[in-house]
Write a protein that binds this ligand. Structure first.
Ligand code: UD1
Length: 422
């Protein structure tokens, strides 16, 4: 997709937030471990969901979209088929095939796992869990005749490895213990799905988060996907980037506490209600330091969007402790006029932006793509943002429509249309 953006727009109005991408993807893979029909509502209309559905269908899952945000998935008669590498390399969540396929079929080929390549994303912790449950890792394949209850201690907090640990534990009747787990809302959404499906899971929060899981034969689940805290955060920050006033609706404010305190520190006026939040941008932002870390801190997925806000005001610092090398947003933001210095300890300090900048940029990954469109909206000239890989559509439903309803002026053009006109 190519985005033509008219600059100088303040975003104002209300926007409804969709279901969480990071919650629905592991839940979709978890349906492979159930027998019967699951009905999921609040499913976002993003291409990552379509990608996972094509993987599920290849195993024989029957998927019907009964409403724009409602999926029925029937998983009684499944059989293993090698996951198509062209598809798995499109999304990071394809790593969840490991837990789902080992649990259902006792085997999985480790194909190329994709997703945004903003920095190295190893899977050693996922494999650490696999071995503990009895998986045998061969060159390109993992096999296991039987999964055994075990205790897995994760040396660092990993969302992906925790998800795979939960998927594996859900197939074992005896109690498995997962220690030092991620407790992001999207991980707890998977816990909720597995509980409804028939697992018994208890959670100990201190001294470090631990799941005690008793699994077994799982049945279909009816549930609603939690709201997307990253989409909500993106639109809240859009008000800061463009100097506007935005209300995000259909949110869960408890997931956004760290972002609320951060925008208040930047000087924004914020009103939080039971299911919504309204942000009014300050005329001049105060210097604030953003630190992205595991939940309940600021999410790493928001770091490129936080950077867009800090870069516009030319103040504050950003540090990402989850992916310290996440830097893919710096080059395109710099092309758009942002100024910053990087210190040796990994913090990025933002300085006053330049008045002159490029009039076109290319999107390097999903979250940076969203940040670039917001940044371009705040400039005084028009900008073309080339998203040659359609990253933004992977994670933001109706992105252009939602922005334009807030007063933006963004026109989309498909690459095919552009080619036809050349
Ligand atoms: C991360 C985010 C998650 C978000 C997802 C989508 C965190 C803790 N995780 O999850 O909230 O939904 O991106 O973009 O905020 N690591 C290893 N070995 C492994 C796995 C991870 O060393 O096998 C390291 C990573 O390099 C990173 C840290 O662990 O430094 C956390 O990574 P992890 O949570 O696994 O990343 P994602 O699952 O991609």
């Amino acid at each position: 997709m190519i985005y033509h953006i008219r600059g100088g727009r303040r975003l104002e109005g209300c926007v409804k937030i969709g279901g969480s991408k990071n919650a629905v993807l592991p839940i979709l893979f978890a349906t492979l471990l159930t027998r019967g029909k699951s009905i999921l509502s609040g499913v976002p209309e993003i291409t990552d969901v379509d990608t996972v559905l094509s993987l599920l269908r290849a195993f024989g899952a029957e998927v019907r979209r009964v409403a724009p945000d409602v999926l029925e998935i029937e998983t009684n008669n499944l059989s293993y088929a090698s996951p198509c590498e062209r598809i798995t390399r499109q999304i990071r969540a394809s790593t969840y095939l490991i837990g789902a396929c080992l649990g259902r079929f006792g085997r999985v080929e480790i194909s190329a796992f994709g997703g945004c390549s903003f920095c190295e994303r190893p899977i050693d912790l996922h494999l650490h869990a696999v071995r503990a449950f009895g998986g045998e890792i061969r060159q390109n394949e993992i096999l296991c005749k039987q999964l055994y209850a075990c205790r897995v201690v994760f040396p660092i907090v990993s969302v992906g490895a925790t998800v795979n640990g939960l998927l594996l534990a859900s197939q074992v009747e005896d109690e498995s213990i997962l220690e030092n787990v991620a407790i992001e809302p999207h991980v707890l959404a998977l816990v909720a799905f597995l509980r409804i499906a028939g697992c018994r899971i208890s959670i100990l929060h201190t001294p470090r988060p631990t799941f005690f899981v008793r699994g077994g034969r799982l049945h279909g689940v009816k549930m609603r996907v939690i709201p997307d805290m990253i989409e909500a955060g993106t639109y809240l920050l859009s008000a800061l980037v463009t100097g506007g006033r935005v209300t995000v609706e259909q949110i869960d404010p408890t997931h956004l506490s760290a972002l609320f305190s951060f925008v208040r520190k930047m000087g924004a006026d914020l009103t939080v209600k039971e299911r919504s939040a309204t942000i009014i941008s300050p005329a001049r932002a105060t210097c604030a330091d953003a630190v992205c870390a595991p939940y309940p801190a600021l999410p790493t997925d928001l770091s490129p969007v936080l950077a867009a806000a800090l870069a516009r005001y030319g103040t504050g610092t950003l540090r990402d402790t989850v992916f310290p090398k996440r830097r893919s947003f710096l080059t395109p933001y710099h092309a758009l006029g942002a100024n910053f210095v990087e210190s040796e300890d990994g913090a990025i300090s933002f300085l006053s932006p330049d008045a002159s900048h490029a009039d076109s940029v290319t999107v390097p990954d999903l979250r940076t793509g969203a940040g670039m469109v917001l940044y371009a909206l705040s400039l005084n000239t028009d900008t073309t943002v080339y998203d040659t890989q359609d990253y933004i559509l992977r994670g933001y439903e109706h992105f252009t429509e939602k922005l334009n309803a807030l007063g933006a002026c963004v026109c989309e053009e498909t690459h095919e249309h552009r080619k036809e006109n050349i």
